[in-house]
Design a protein around this ligand. Structure first.
Ligand SMILES: *Cc1c(COP(=O)(O)O)cnc(C)c1O
Length: 438
């Protein structure tokens, strides 16, 4: 067979046929998966990309990044040396250079089980823990496992768009229930009951909330679990911001209610330790009655992980030390900054007429604010607001459409206080410039 490598000298007697055929005559059989282009249209990365493109190159002022959730490059959000040393030690041990089992290495699974058990009324075993490439792979795993024909999943609005993305890729039908801003972003439980039917398999709850910045109370979580039990569905508890609660409501893990309804807890070290680039997380069955196991979900999780790539063994090896030895001062230092920036944000927004904040943030790294377009001239919607704000003031804020709430904005509070103040001042100037004449 002639190949492209033999363009100049074909062996004698071999006919030079296909390679000289003009391109339009060849019928290429491959085609890209159209589901993927659908999902990237709504991705946060793509929207932040659009906003970055609209920044003005002539503005000498620094860009204020209030659109993203990764503060790891800011010195006040640097991770603890305990975590850095754990990675070094792990690399130097020469025991963690090999492949990992698909579910993760035993010491790391055991350490995650112990870490989570501290806040639960029962004890988890390492068998309940599956290590993943960040929390996103845990989302990928559970949406893939649940995507049998006709199944549907209930997702919060506003929410974290990666769930929609993965569900779409797995052909798992998505239905949205509302989080109610006027009730501190509590779940619209009546809405959940209306949405669910015999093909509903799970409800996703993110606590502390992204993008809503709320922390659910113990009592509300219990009601969610009871509703799920009545509907015969599991709760997928995205606790990637676990313990990042700086308001008056303490963080309660959903697994506390695992005996009411089976709970799958998703988490990672990305947010609490501010190392999202280390790519390690977990999927944990917090299900003391063993219902998930009985219904084949646990086996299916293992099957799925057999088809994927594991988190790097050297990072897994650092997990016991990171989870066991991180000092209290590191956590309280991060919480203090977030508390301070949430106060600044809440107070300064009161002085910006075109946005209102219905609920002061008390957890995670964001606040949702409502845009009042009737006060602005020549601003079409939230995306238009964010594009013009980027262009005129070099401030990046995420439009609500990226998280399912049109004409809202998501503002990051995980920034240095002076940078947040500067960003909000620029938004105020922008508001003045575009204010409707009365
Ligand atoms: C950041 C985030 C994730 C992904 O976490 P990684 O550990 O970085 O993969 C998942 N869920 C929510 C709600 C997040 O904000």
């Amino acid at each position: 067979m002639p190949t492209a490598y033999h363009l100049t000298s074909l062996p004698e007697g071999v006919e030079d046929t296909m390679e000289n055929m003009p391109e339009p005559l060849i019928r290429w059989r491959f085609k890209a998966n159209e589901k993927l282009s659908f999902s990237s249209a709504t991705s946060v990365r793509r929207i932040v990309g659009l906003l970055t493109d609209s920044l003005s190159p002539n503005d000498p002022r620094p860009v204020i990044p209030l659109g993203r959730g990764d503060p790891s490059d800011l010195s006040c959000f640097r991770t603890t040396t305990v975590a850095e040393d754990a990675i070094v030690e792990s690399a130097r041990s020469a025991k963690l250079n090999g492949y990992s089992p698909a579910v993760g290495i035993l010491p790391a699974r055991r350490a995650v089980a112990e870490y989570l058990s501290k806040n639960l009324p029962y004890t988890l075993s390492h068998d309940d823990v599956f290590l993943t490439v960040g929390c996103v792979q845990a989302i990928e795993a559970i949406t893939s496992v649940l995507a049998r024909a006709d199944a549907n999943i209930l997702l919060p609005r506003p929410g974290f768009p990666y769930y929609e993305l993965r569900a779409t890729c797995s052909s798992l039908e998505v239905r949205h229930f509302d989080l109610l801003p006027e009730r501190g972003w509590e779940v619209d439980l009546a809405g959940v009951e209306r949405l669910a039917d015999e093909n509903t398999v799970a409800l996703v709850l993110i606590n502390p909330g992204n993008p809503s910045g709320n922390v659910f109370t113990y009592y509300h979580l219990k009601k969610v679990a009871e509703t799920a039990r009545r509907l015969g569905i599991m709760v997928i508890a995205d606790e990637v911001y676990a313990h990042l609660a700086f308001g008056s409501i303490p963080f309660t893990p959903m697994g506390v209610f695992g005996s009411i309804t089976p709970v799958i807890t998703l988490g990672s070290i990305s947010k609490r330790w501010i190392v999202p680039g280390w790519r390690i997380g977990w999927l944990v069955t917090t299900d003391p009655n063993g219902i998930l196991k009985k219904h084949g979900v646990v086996d299916s999780i293992k099957e799925f992980l057999n088809t994927c790539c594991e988190p790097a063994t050297v990072i897994q090896g650092a997990i016991p030390r990171i989870l066991e030895r991180t000092e209290h001062d590191f956590f309280s230092g991060i919480l203090n900054i977030l508390k301070q920036t949430s106060d600044i944000c809440y107070e300064m927004i009161k002085d910006i007429p075109c946005i209102t904040c219905p609920h002061k943030p008390e957890g995670a790294m964001f606040v949702m604010v409502k845009l009042n377009l009737s006060m602005l001239d020549g601003v079409k919607d939230d995306l238009d607001f964010c594009m013009k704000l980027a262009k005129e003031e070099s401030v990046i804020v995420l439009p609500g459409i990226a998280v399912g709430m049109k004409n809202w904005l998501r503002v990051t509070i995980a920034v240095e206080p002076h940078s947040l103040i500067e960003g909000l001042e620029r938004i105020k100037v922008f508001n003045k410039r575009h204010a409707k004449e009365k």
